[in-house]
Design a protein around this ligand. Structure first.
Ligand code: AMP
Length: 213
């Protein structure tokens, strides 16, 4: 089973693709953003500390994220393989990850910045099941309601315009340089993340099936 890292800017569709892909590969989907949001919702000390950074669209300090990630990586289901979404986000995290576990494939999702802003500000999420929607490209069947749960959809607090700008700037400054780091390992595979969810899903499967150069 593969150990895969999903790399790319916020709003590129990593979270949307991760669920079905993890299911198809029979590996768990590990999202540091989701783990942090769960800690915030539970009101744990770590969640309380992370909350302010997340609302502002800034990176949560490395040691907090590492704590929550190692705990998850140590669970038995993540031993044979995983889909890691949202980690690493800077050079120090990439080096830490390399020491923790070997990574087989890094999928890099590419999309123009204007499209990212649009996707993020139009994004809505079901507070009950976490399913993602997009008012323009992936709307719910009944406006404002989750298809599965019927709950009222909400906007993530960090999808507000000001936080979106900060997240994109943080990505460019801290996360994008990881491309070179992973390109040099020969594990990087780029995905054109434009178009429908189905099209992108197909490109991902093709990229995973391609042997390393
Ligand atoms: P995401 O759901 O991946 O967009 O993450 C949401 C927020 O959680 C980010 O904007 C950060 O504040 C925080 N976060 C998630 N993963 C990390 C990480 N690897 N390092 C630092 N902060 C993170």
């Amino acid at each position: 089973m593969p150990r895969i890292v999903l790399l790319g800017p916020p709003g590129v569709g990593k979270g949307t693709q991760a669920g079905p892909l993890a299911k198809a590969l029979a590996v768990p989907h590990l999202s540091t953003g989701e783990l942090l949001r769960a800690a915030v919702a539970e009101g744990t000390p770590l969640g309380k500390e992370a909350d302010g950074y997340m609302r502002a669209g800034r990176l949560v300090p490395d040691e907090l994220v590492l704590h929550i990630l190692t705990e998850r990586l140590e669970r038995p289901d993540a031993r044979p393989g995983f889909l890691l979404d949202g980690y690493p986000r800077n050079r120090a995290q990439a080096e830490t990850l390399a020491r923790l576990v070997p990574v087989d494939i890094v999928l890099y999702f590419e999309l123009p910045e204007a499209t990212l802003v649009e996707r993020l500000t139009q994004r809505r999420v079901c507070p009950t099941c976490g399913r993602l929607y997009n008012l323009a490209t992936l709307p719910p069947k009944v406006p404002g309601r989750c298809d599965v749960e019927g709950s009222s959809l909400v906007q993530r607090s960090d999808d507000a315009p000001e936080a979106v700008r900060t997240r994109l700037r943080t990505y460019r400054e801290q996360t994008e340089p990881l491309l070179e780091f992973y390109r040099s390992t020969g594990r990087l595979r780029s995905i054109d993340a434009s178009g429908s969810t189905t099209e992108v899903g197909r490109r991902i499967r093709a990229a995973i099936d391609r042997p390393n150069p």
